[in-house]
Design a protein around this ligand. Structure first.
Ligand SMILES: *[C@@H]1O[C@H](CO)[C@@H](O)[C@H](O)[C@H]1NC(C)=O
Ligand SMILES: *[C@@H]1O[C@H](CO)[C@@H](O)[C@H](O)[C@H]1NC(C)=O
Ligand SMILES: *[C@@H]1O[C@H](CO)[C@@H](O)[C@H](O)[C@H]1NC(C)=O
Ligand SMILES: *[C@@H]1O[C@H](CO)[C@@H](O)[C@H](O)[C@H]1NC(C)=O
Ligand SMILES: *[C@@H]1O[C@H](CO)[C@@H](O)[C@H](O)[C@H]1NC(C)=O
Length: 623
């Protein structure tokens, strides 16, 4: 026995190098297994993030809550220690706690996903006026919906509304043809204005008076006022009838808006200028300025109390001298708009200096929706928050340049990019983004301290079953679906359905790609030639009924949730743009499948070439 042990020991000793190698390999193997496990977990998390945001979101939410708690504890611990310590230790501790505090503050903000903008938090800049833009040229809500949201906007710090009716105003008389079939009635407008007044929201109507007059100039009755005969975009300032047309619009709108101080007269994106025979003789610069100043002057004559606002984009490249030559500073106030994150990239310091020399005051315009893609259906709240935070920074710097400071910020929410474009994000789907951004500009910053204000304004559920109420995590949840998905604000079912649309759309698009392009039995070639293998067709369409029905269910839910807020035309337009094309596409595959499976004997190859290929230079066999 002793001998045996000795023998084993000796063998081990002799082979010590090999043993060492074996041990090392074992360790490496163990490490490797652990590593690949955690990799897989990461991958699963990422995958979940794409496919099923709820799951990933819940996980993120859980870790956030834990992390938040621990940070809170650290900060509290710091405070307690401070109370007990002696004077000498105190300064050191104060510094340490302050550093710790700053760090945890930073970590907290990072976790909420708030974009970093270097604001002066000791002295936050809060714009005097915070105005919400209602772009009614698409998806105009019912009057009852306005009544529901105005108080909400007021609670979040709004001071007013910029109402852009476009063709939704009840124009009458010689203008009766330019109003939309579903335009508001005079009584509707009165109700909207009364509701705004009840919520103490100042109303600023917006009437285009130069470019973006598509809604009027598209009609044959008014085509004679176009600058370019084939384009309804801009009117010609030199045409007989131009000023009468503008004055008639103004008269009708101002008759209903008797208590206003400000009027916005548009004048952005005048893409066509100086092209007709009369205008060709004049400099663009002068054409623009002369028209704006004559419109402003006629308004001033009839409504001397009104202060006029115009969009600033056409002024950016004009010289200070010409702005002053036309005394523009006495007539209008510019509204400087930039919806992208980097504001100085679009409006640089010299432009601000020029504006401050010419104008006593100016307005700014950020965005909460309708700025990052013509066909989006829910806004990226994080990008809009960055735009608004950066505006606060820019405004705090530029405000002192103007004799009367800056007048305020408009949060724009475009509903179409122009009269002819399709719908972008619907207002109810954008209310979380609007609320976040409105609260931000009303306080001059955004951080955790505004959590309860945001959640209660949006009617989010209170602490449920002992779990802390989840809060935003913009980095992983930029659309706020996960964190604000349970809130019950007016229109919240529509906001939630956008998340369902997002998932269903992804599934449908993936299905179509696989079925029609990646797999080899239901491509357009198979369909055109009636040539496929029934077994494979069955396989490819086994998921079709499920996907089709989830689309139909989504469609029903959307119609139901929109009925309270929009009229039939709006619902029809939205469904046709977002859901109907997929329904048709899936039905087409279903029909093709039926045809393909009806065949039970097939021709010999080669299949007859498609006749149409002749025009592509393919010669076809004779006979
Ligand atoms: C949020 O920012 C404000 C202004 O700087 C500050 O007073 C407050 O302590 C901050 N609160 C939190 C929770 O970060
Ligand atoms: C405008 O044209 C339509 C038909 O094209 C006509 O019915 C209508 O009366 C016209 N309106 C005016 C104010 O001329
Ligand atoms: C406008 O009307 C006046 C007088 O009615 C006329 O002399 C002038 O040529 C007209 N201008 C244009 C551009 O039609
Ligand atoms: C599918 O076939 C049905 C029945 O023939 C027809 O009514 C329908 O229009 C077809 N749908 C498409 C998208 O082709
Ligand atoms: C495909 O085959 C079916 C069944 O034989 C037939 O009814 C149909 O007309 C064919 N379609 C084409 C495009 O050849």
């Amino acid at each position: 026995m002793k001998n045996y042990i000795y023998h084993v020991g000796l063998t081990l000793w002799r082979k010590k190098t090999s043993m060492l190698i074996v041990v090392c390999l074992l360790i490496l193997l163990l490490l490797g297994i652990q590593f690949s496990q955690s990799e897989q977990e990461n991958a699963r998390f990422k995958d979940g993030n794409n496919k099923d945001q709820t799951q990933a979101g819940d996980l993120a939410q859980f870790t956030n809550v834990k992390f938040l708690e621990s940070l809170q504890k650290q900060r509290n611990a710091g405070k307690n220690m401070l109370g007990d310590s002696s004077n000498k230790e105190q300064s050191l501790l104060v510094r340490k706690v302050a550093e710790e505090h700053e760090r945890s503050q930073h970590e907290l903000e990072k976790m909420l996903g708030i974009p970093f903008v270097n604001l002066d938090l000791k002295n936050p800049y809060i714009p005097k006026n915070r105005i919400v833009h209602l772009d009614l040229k698409g998806a105009p809500p019912k009057v009852s919906y306005f009544k529901k949201i105005f108080t909400l906007l007021k609670t979040l710090g709004a001071t007013g509304l910029l109402i852009e009716y476009e063709d939704m105003f009840p124009y009458s008389g010689i203008l009766k043809d330019i109003k939309a079939g579903n335009a508001y009635s005079v009584d509707d407008i009165k109700q909207i204005l009364a509701a705004a007044q009840e919520s103490k929201l100042e109303v600023i109507p917006l009437i285009q008076t130069f470019g973006h007059l598509e809604f009027a100039l598209k009609h044959s009755n008014w085509s004679k006022l176009r600058e370019v005969p084939d384009s309804p975009q801009a009117l010609c300032p030199n045409r007989n009838g131009t000023m009468e047309f503008i004055m008639e619009m103004l008269k009708q709108i101002l008759e209903l808006h008797t208590k206003i101080t400000y009027l916005h007269i548009g004048c952005d994106e005048v893409f066509q200028m100086g092209e007709c025979e009369i205008c060709r003789l004049e400099l663009h610069e002068n054409l623009f300025l002369r028209h704006v100043s004559s419109v402003a002057n006629v308004i001033r004559k009839q409504w001397p109390h009104l202060r006029l606002i115009i969009w600033d984009d056409m002024l950016r490249h004009l010289s200070q001298q010409s702005l002053q030559d036309f005394a523009l500073g006495e007539l209008v106030e510019p509204m400087v708009w930039v919806y992208a994150e980097d504001i100085y990239r679009f409006v640089q310091s010299p432009v601000w200096d020029k504006y401050a020399t010419v104008f006593k005051t100016a307005w700014t315009a950020s965005a909460f929706k309708g700025a990052f893609g013509e066909t989006l259906y829910v806004p990226d709240a994080r990008r809009h928050l960055e735009n608004n935070l950066r505006w606060l920074d820019v405004m705090s710097q530029q405000h002192q340049l103007f004799k009367q400071g800056l007048s305020g910020i408009i949060l724009t929410g475009w509903q179409r990019y122009d009269h002819f474009a399709v719908l972008c994000e619907l207002f109810p789907a954008s209310l979380p983004s609007l609320s976040l951004n409105l609260l931000t500009v009303s306080n001059g910053y955004f951080n955790l301290s505004l959590k309860n204000q945001l959640l209660s304004a949006l009617s989010c559920p209170e602490h449920g079953s002992g779990r802390p109420t989840p809060f935003i995590a913009l980095e992983v949840d930029p659309h706020l679906w996960d964190k604000l998905g349970r809130c019950m604000f007016p229109g919240s079912p529509i906001f939630r359905l956008m998340y369902r649309l997002h998932n269903t759309e992804n599934e449908v698009v993936e299905y179509l790609k696989v079925t029609q392009q990646q797999k080899g039995w239901l491509t357009s070639y198979n369909v055109r030639h009636n040539y496929s293998l029934p077994l494979r067709v069955d396989e490819l369409t086994s998921d079709l009924p499920r996907i089709y029905h989830s689309l139909l269910a989504l469609n029903r839910a959307v119609v139901d949730s929109m009925n309270d807020i929009f009229d039939h035309y709006v619902i029809a337009e939205w469904i046709e743009q977002r859901i109907y094309p997929y329904i048709i596409e899936l039905e087409k595959i279903q029909n093709q499948t039926t045809i393909l499976k009806n065949v039970n004997s097939w021709p010999s190859r080669p299949l007859p070439p498609l006749k149409d290929l002749q025009r592509l230079g393919v010669s076809l066999p004779q006979n």
